[in-house]
Design a protein around this ligand. Structure first.
Ligand code: SF4
Length: 692
């Protein structure tokens, strides 16, 4: 509900939805939040906003919020409210008890990309220093972990190469597996402005997204590939670049290594557009024309989303994008680059903060003795050199009986992670599930302890957006639960025998800066003075770094990596003849825990299944019919919408509502390098629902 009364004061803060990271002026009358006004000096949004950031903040004061800690001995018991000390003592005692019985590695934690850098940092520190293992992972596991792997292998660090402003200098914009109009609307506006000025657009997507034809914009090419064929498409584009003499030789010779082996691989006829056309579904001449445009059309900028990463070859595809950009010299200046469009407000930050089980903050491997030594000296605790468990490994170990306790920070894994039945079996098998969240979400159904979290309006800290921009998040109201989220992890660690105390989140950022070379120059004082900075921010770049890899890559030379196409094992069959792929819609956000509790729900009251007219007619389905969606792992029910946005044989849905629960049907398949789930390819059958 938006109250339009006159405000008496305002606070500049950052939107808690997508990775654009828009700045807002939160206007209050007394202690009441009156409205959110996009902040005209915001570096990421320049005064613009979308319907989520502007209107969907009412969840913070929604009556569904749980404001008291709760405990129960089994998930069949009723919750009983307890005070904070009791809840924290319960968690600490139980974690220690489980470790005494099953071993140090029997417990772990998951950090949230919705929380601040400081809140994420203290949870990963709690796991490594107090739990004494590296069983910490982030919800980025299920979205952009292949970005982390792929860009590190090729460029040397796990982040987008450009700032958003850079798109104004792009001549050819390539959008792959992303739908910025819905998922990153404010950045999409910048992109559209450049396209209306005359930049060319290439879209690679199985679905006909709005950007392809919007007012005064017409994509030059829509490569409507078959789901799962990403790597074959990018290899074919690179094949055209190499075999038609379109390589930027001076860039490659000066700046890169391992080109010859890659070029030999990519020039193989099996990567040609003609040979791969039956695999990709993209006409060879169309693909050749798109590759020539990207290579010769001036500054070429690649923007990609989860349609790249959430595949069995997600990491391979990220490296394929990097190869293509390096081969054409499209790295290291404004208007070019390889840029992941991050889904959540702080995906970049949660990865930067050392939430992966194999990496400390700043993407440094836990096995590196020198790096680990710096942390050990400051933290006063020796650290395990071996990487810990990833989220899917935790689930497997829980089902196998060796992983018994989990701390979940602000993530609804029972709804968001694939193959829901396996996730809930894992949660049910554990003896301690701790959920820190705003609401009793789907995961909380399996929890023994509920710890109230704080909304972004109660947080004091920083988020890092998709362009590596660190923005301040300033409190608009005091924590409604009476405790800051960062204090909770500190108190659990302290109760477990590892004292962790900070007087204010600025001290946590100071510690992050002391331990992380790319954050060495970051402080709350600097952020308050400059508005924001993009990392790396250190002595070499005291005001931050808008464009990366300008003279050298972070790893020295950019590295070409051969990217053989390996088809996913998920194929359509007679029983499951269609392929399901999933995505997002403008008014909603991820599992909908926030937006469903705002007026935005009126724009999208349920998830629906888009099905091509041909496939619908074969099944006797018309728009509005209730249909069953079945895969080899599960079944759900939705209403159908006939649409030719998808090609024949492909159906599409969103995952914002737990009632339909699209992840009931997604499978256990995942990226070979990072275990990022293959949300984008599921063999399914669709049928009219018959009443019992
Ligand atoms: Fe928030 Fe993203 Fe919308 Fe900006 S574009 S207002 S960050 S949801």
């Amino acid at each position: 509900v938006v109250n339009l009364g006159m405000p008496s004061r305002s606070v500049i803060t950052t939107c808690a939805y997508c990775g654009v990271g828009c700045s807002f002026k939160a206007e209050l009358r007394g202690d009441e939040l009156v409205r959110m006004v996009p902040y005209k000096n915001g570096d990421a949004n320049e005064g613009h906003s979308c319907v989520k950031g502007r209107f969907a903040f009412g969840y913070a004061t929604h009556p569904d919020r749980k404001l008291n800690p709760m405990v129960r001995d089994t998930i069949d018991d009723e919750w009983r409210e307890v005070d904070w000390d009791t809840a924290i003592g319960y968690v600490a005692d139980k974690m220690r008890e489980l470790q005494a019985r099953y071993g140090v590695g029997a417990v772990g934690g998951i950090t949230s990309s919705r929380c601040t850098n400081e809140e994420v940092y203290v949870v990963q520190k709690m796991v490594r220093a107090a739990f004494g293992n590296n069983n910490v992972d982030t919800c980025a596991r299920v979205c952009h972990s292949p970005t982390g792997y792929g860009l590190k292998q090729t460029f040397g660090t796990s982040a987008g190469t450009q700032d958003f402003r850079s798109v104004a200098k792009a001549d050819v914009i390539v959008v792959i597996g992303a739908n910025p109009t819905d998922a990153h609307p404010v950045f999409a506006s910048r992109m559209k402005r450049r396209l209306r000025e005359g930049a060319k657009l290439i879209v690679v997507d199985p679905r006909r997204i709005d950007l392809i034809r919007s007012p005064h914009i017409e994509a030059s090419h829509h490569l409507q590939l078959k789901p799962g064929a990403n790597v074959a498409v990018i290899n074919a584009m690179a094949h055209v670049v190499v075999t038609e003499g379109l390589v930027d030789r001076s860039f490659v010779d000066d700046r890169c290594e391992e080109f010859d082996a890659w070029a030999e691989f990519i020039a193989s006829p099996e990567n040609s557009p003609e040979v791969t056309e039956p695999i990709t579904g993209v006409p060879a001449e169309e693909l050749r024309a798109a590759a020539r445009l990207y290579a010769t059309g001036g500054n070429g900028a690649i923007y990609y989303g989860l349609g790249v990463t959430e595949h069995s070859q997600g990491s391979t595809m990220v490296m394929g994008l990097a190869n293509l950009a390096m081969a054409t010299g499209n790295i290291g200046r404004e208007g070019v680059g390889v840029n992941p469009l991050r889904g959540q407000n702080n995906v970049q930050g949660s990865c930067d903060m050392g939430s992966f089980p194999h990496e400390l903050s700043g993407y440094r491997h836990i096995s590196d003795d020198a790096v680990r030594g710096v942390f050990e000296d400051l933290w006063g605790r020796s650290l395990e050199p071996e990487p810990g468990l990833r989220i899917p490994n935790m689930f497997d170990a829980a089902v196998a009986g060796t992983f018994r306790g989990l701390f979940v920070q602000g993530e609804d894994i029972a709804q968001s992670d694939p193959n829901t039945q396996h996730v809930t079996a894992a949660l049910s098998a554990m003896e301690l599930v701790v959920v820190q969240d705003l609401f009793l979400n789907e995961t909380a159904k399996y929890a023994h302890v509920f710890l109230p979290g704080t909304s972004f309006l109660e947080k004091d800290g920083t988020f890092t957006n998709a362009e590596r921009r660190i923005n301040r998040v300033r409190p608009v109201m005091a924590p409604r639960s009476g405790k800051h989220e960062w204090e909770v992890a500190c108190e659990i660690a302290t109760a477990m025998g590892y004292p962790m105390t900070y007087a204010h989140p600025r001290e946590i950022m100071d510690e992050i800066a002391a331990l992380t070379p790319t954050f060495a120059g970051v402080s709350f004082a600097k952020l308050d003075k400059l508005g924001s900075v993009q990392w790396p921010c250190n002595d070499a770049a005291p005001e931050g770094t808008p464009t990366m890899h300008v003279d050298t890559f972070v790893r020295g030379k950019g590295r070409f990596v051969p990217t053989p196409f390996v088809p996913t094992s998920e194929r359509s069959t007679r029983r499951f003849p269609l392929i399901l792929t999933t995505g997002r819609i403008l008014s909603q956000y991820n599992v909908g825990a926030q937006t469903r509790r705002t007026g935005n729900v009126a724009w999208h009251p349920e998830d629906v299944l888009e099905i091509h007219p041909h496939d619908a007619e074969e099944r006797g389905i018309t728009t509005g019919d209730e249909v069953t969606l079945t895969s080899r792992v599960g079944e759900t029910t939705l209403h159908a919408v006939i649409s030719d946005r998808m090609p024949v044989g492909v159906v599409y849905t969103t995952f914002h509502h737990p009632v339909t629960g699209a992840n009931v049907v997604t499978t256990e398949n995942s990226d070979w390098a990072t275990n990022c789930p293959e949300y984008k390819v599921t063999a399914v059958q669709v049928g009219l629902r018959t009443s019992a």
